[in-house]
Design a protein around this ligand. Structure first.
Ligand code: FEO
Length: 171
């Protein structure tokens, strides 16, 4: 059982995870349109991960006998600049997600809601990994400085990323 305040906060995050999925799908479409299939694949996997995150919140809210309230998902941006700027935006977006998850943890602790706190710990760990993997790509993009051969190799590397669905999205 969760409080009404927590129900609202978790629904807000469910919506933000959906928006995150939308942002990365738009980035994937942009990369695909530039012939960068590996980068497009990386963002498509990112999109699928965000949908999985959204479903974790969805399932958790329902498991608490609370109400899921779906909202309008904000339109993501359509035009992007360089690959480096796209990944810098991705990092800023993930930092925003991290802030939001920490705020949810703060609320869970304030309310002595140990169940929600335990649920959120998966996201705390996930955000460390998310920021780290984006930082690694930014480092590589800075190294190649837009060089065609470097971008070609990085595109091939990012083409290998696969989405592995968890056995249980509520877990
Ligand atoms: Fe759901 Fe990338 O945070």
């Amino acid at each position: 059982m969760i409080s009404k305040k927590m129900e609202k906060a978790l629904n807000d995050q469910l919506n933000f995870e959906m928006y995150s999925a939308y942002v990365y799908l738009a980035m994937s479409a942009h990369c695909e349109s530039k012939g960068l299939k590996g980068f497009a694949n990386w963002f498509n996997v990112q999109y699928q991960e965000e949908m999985m995150h959204a479903m974790k919140f969805y399932n958790f809210i329902l498991d608490q006998s609370a109400e899921v309230e779906l909202e309008t998902v904000k339109k993501p941006k359509k035009d992007y600049d360089t690959l480096l700027s796209i990944f810098e935006e991705t990092l800023l977006h993930e930092r925003e997600v991290t802030k939001r998850i920490y705020k949810l943890v703060d609320l869970a602790l304030d309310e002595r809601d140990h169940g929600t706190n335990a649920f959120l710990q998966w996201f705390v760990t996930e955000q460390v990994e998310e920021e780290s993997s984006v930082n690694q790509i930014i480092d590589k993009l800075r190294l190649v400085q837009g060089n065609g051969n470097g971008i070609f190799l990085l595109d091939a590397e990012l083409a290998t990323r696969v989405f592995t669905p968890p056995a249980n999205t509520a877990a």
